[in-house]
Design a protein around this ligand. Structure first.
Ligand code: PEP
Length: 250
C-alpha cells in the first residue's frame, strides 16, 4: 500500500516561516520525488496561505488538525468539515490526544468528527493511543480497541475509507518513540480488529504511527508490515528532517 506521511504542525507556524518551510519541502521533493503520499496539517488560520503555497503541484496535499462534529451553526471557534473542504483540505486529523486531553473529546465525539469529515469528502486521520499508565497496566490493546470500537459503531464499514494513527501518548513530543516491535504489535492488533469488522477491506486501511518519529528512526518503524505511514509533529517543522522521513517511506 502507498504510505502516507502527514506533518502535524500543531500550534506552530508564522506567515514567513510557513513560506520558507514549504518552499524548502517543494524544492526537496522536486529533487527527490516522494513515492508516498505527503500531507501538511497547519493551524486552521494558515490554511488559506498554505493552500496558495501548494497550488499547482501534487507532491504535497493539504490537511487540517481538527473538524467539528457539527455540520454548521452556533459553535463559536469551531471549523466545519465542509469549510475545510472549500479550502482544498484532503485530510483532517481527528481525536489527537492533545484534543482528547485538553478539550475533553470523547471517543464518540471523535467518531462523529470522522463521520463529518468523510461526508464532506475529506479523509479523517483518526488518532488512537494509550497513556504511559495504561501501558504499564497492560491496557494498551484494550484502550485502542475501545477507541476503534466507537469509530466502528458510529461509522460501520465507512471506516474502510479512513486512516488511523496509532500515537502512544508517552511517545508524543518526548523524543522516546515506540520501538518498531512495540508499534507493530499495536498496529497488528488494530488490523485484526479492522478485519473482524471490515473483512478484506481492512488490508487497505492505512494505519500510521505517530510519536517522536524522526529522521533517525523512521526507516525502521516504516519497515514494519502494518505501519503504513507516519504522523509527524516536531520533525515536520524542519524541512531536512521531514524530507528524510518522506524518503524513508517506500
Ligand atoms: C503528533 O503531534 O501527532 C506527534 C506525533 O508529535 P511528535 O512527532 O512531535 O511526537
Amino acid at each position: 500500500m502507498r504510505k502516507l506521511i502527514a506533518g502535524n504542525w500543531k500550534m506552530n507556524g508564522a506567515l514567513v516561516a510557513n513560506q520558507t518551510l514549504i518552499h524548502a519541502l517543494l524544492d526537496g521533493l522536486r529533487a527527490q520525488p516522494a513515492v508516498c503520499d505527503v500531507a501538511l496539517c497547519p493551524p486552521a488560520v494558515y490554511l488559506a496561505q498554505v493552500q496558495a503555497l501548494l497550488h499547482g503541484q501534487d507532491a504535497i496535499a493539504l490537511g487540517a488538525q481538527d473538524a467539528s462534529e457539527h455540520e454548521a451553526g452556533a459553535f463559536t471557534g469551531d471549523t466545519a468539515a465542509a469549510m475545510l473542504h472549500e479550502f482544498g483540505v484532503r485530510y483532517v486529523i481527528v481525536g489527537h490526544s492533545e484534543r482528547r486531553s485538553y478539550q475533553g473529546e470523547s471517543d464518540a465525539q471523535v467518531a462523529r468528527k470522522a463521520q463529518r469529515a468523510l461526508a464532506a469528502g475529506i479523509t479523517p486521520i483518526v488518532c488512537v493511543g494509550e497513556s504511559l499508565l495504561e501501558r504499564e497496566q497492560g491496557q494498551t490493546e484494550a484502550v485502542v480497541a475501545r477507541q476503534l470500537a466507537a469509530l466502528l459503531e458510529c461509522n460501520g464499514n465507512r471506516v474502510a475509507d479512513m486512516a488511523l494513527a496509532y500515537e502512544p501518548l508517552w511517545a508524543i513530543g518526548t523524543g522516546h518513540a515506540a520501538t518498531p516491535q512495540q508499534a507493530q504489535a499495536v498496529h497488528a492488533a488494530l488490523r485484526a480488529r479492522l478485519h473482524d469488522a471490515l473483512g478484506a477491506q481492512a488490508a487497505d486501511v492505512r494505519i500510521l504511527y505517530g510519536g517522536s518519529m524522526n529522521a533517525a528512526n523512521a526507516a525502521s518503524l516504516l519497515a514494519q508490515p502494518d505501519i503504513d505511514g507516519g504522523l509527524i509533529g516536531g520533525a515536520s517543522l524542519k524541512a531536512p528532517d521531514f524530507l528524510e522521513i518522506i524518503a524513508a517511506a517506500r
